[in-house]
Design a protein around this ligand. Sequence first.
Ligand SMILES: Cc1cc2nc3c(=O)[nH]c(=O)nc-3n(C[C@H](O)[C@H](O)[C@H](O)COP(=O)(O)OP(=O)(O)OC[C@H]3O[C@@H](n4cnc5c(N)ncnc54)[C@H](O)[C@@H]3O)c2cc1C
Ligand code: SF4
Ligand code: SF4
Length: 507
Amino acid sequence: MDLIPPAPVLARPALSRLERRSGRRRLLAMRSRSGAALCFAFAAFPAAAFPRRAGRRFGRARGAALRAKKPAPMPETQRVYPAKDLCSRCGLCNTSLISKVQSACAFLGHGMLRIDSLESRVHGRQRTEEELYFGVAQHGIHSIRTKPQHAPKTRTAWTGVVTAIACEMLRSNKVDAVLCVASKGDGAQLEPKPILARTEAEVLSSGGVKPMLSPNLLPLEELWQVRGGEIRRLLFIGVGCQVQALRAVEEDLGLEELYVLGTNCVDNPRSPEALQRFLKSASEFPDTAAGFEFMQDNRIHVKHSDGRYERIPVFSLKDPQMCTGVIAKSCYACFDYVNALTDLTVGYMGAPWEGKEMTQHSQYCVVRNAKGQEMLEIAKDRLRMGEVDLEVPGRVDRFGLLPQVLKPELDLAFGRRKASVGPPRWLAELLCELLTRLGPQGLDFARASIERATVRNLVCLEAMRGQKGSPRTSAELGVPRHAARIREKYQDLYEELLAAYSDGTVQ
Ligand SMILES: Cc1cc2nc3c(=O)[nH]c(=O)nc-3n(C[C@H](O)[C@H](O)[C@H](O)COP(=O)(O)OP(=O)(O)OC[C@H]3O[C@@H](n4cnc5c(N)ncnc54)[C@H](O)[C@@H]3O)c2cc1C
Ligand code: SF4
Ligand code: SF4
């Protein structure tokens, strides 16, 4: 276990060269600037927070580590984090594992470049060329859905595959707790509240997407404090940036068993205000929105709290220029759409369009390793798998579509989108129909989405290097091998876009 000792001078010998150069000093300087936060940095948990019996059970060395002084977590009210603007508020800094931030944060040091080595550690090997887009898939990629009798009854959104698996993991006593994202409730249904769920009812309360940055590692502090006690086997549910940080501190958690179940993730809104701004632009009834998703029919589906659905063509956003600044800056520097370090990833975009409501639709899953396969086995009575062929040829080549979509997206990111009148609704609907019937489908639709996000983010990341508010280390932030390979496929387009946007500022 790597701990920050209570005095900075003692910390030095334990730091890597990279940490000495940039990380710890910056962290300390930043905390000094934020006044009272410095006191937090050197406060320590009382050793009494950890029961004595933990020391006996884990052996003397571990017991000593447990009782050792730990750096205090940053308070949740903290405004500036080590990764500054690029912080995805994953929650790690709000735990005493903050001592690991330089090597764990997906947006510090080499950042997401670490996916390459973490893939080897977690899955035993890196992804092959065939696995370029979806990551290591040792047990295949399959369609997946819940059996009708197990479909969620009261869910705010989505199909319930993830929560069904999590419930079965608890029921079969494979894990003691599930770390998942419930809702803040009380008028803030779409805002995330990560919890350590100990019952099926608590797991079910996490159903549906809370489309916002979520501090998923925060409950690890609770787990950390009771470790050696009730929670020794954990199922963690989260998105790519959270899972990367989790994998980096996995060894420090002292768990007997860790399972990681994740979802795809892209373009997360940065705050409640940003989410409302987007909903106002998309929906006629933003106040009752209970969930939304960009679906494979090229429409935004909004589910409302009274059970109604709205389907809005992507070309029909009202005042799209108002959506600049909605997406978190971390998501413009993210190269882990498919959550490569999970044991099992679930998403919707690789399932061909079935013409159903978002909560009824098939999903797809990537089974990365034996633990992922084990989770599916445990939940098999609740699930139907492999019913749908995911490889569906589209009639229009996806390579030709990318330039058309990237320019407006980059204009939005860089605040260059102009107010303009979109096509009339009937034309927007027609365009969506044509695109859905002729364009990429199934896994090819997903590949197109991954390429779009990857090339856009490569351009954004280059522009953000050294930009005010980005972490000073951003010059070192690397891109994983798969992103570099996708860049090669679109080298000319990438260079053209880079020339057009590299002097701009990601908003
Ligand atoms: C922010 C976000 C963006 C997504 N974008 C895409 C996308 O572009 N393409 C795609 O194919 N799929 C995307 N997904 C995944 C998709 O929306 C579904 O979550 C997934 O397919 C699982 O559906 P389900 O019905 O099985 O989930 P459910 O059974 O409803 O369970 C959902 C689970 O998601 C977790 N969760 C909810 N909100 C968050 C959050 N903010 N951060 C971390 N975990 C959370 C909860 O813990 C819960 O266990 C995204 C998910 C999230 C959270
Ligand atoms: S992304 Fe997570 S680890 Fe990185 S600075 Fe933010 S809270 Fe800390
Ligand atoms: S898009 Fe990437 S950075 Fe943003 S919340 Fe999702 S996984 Fe994290």
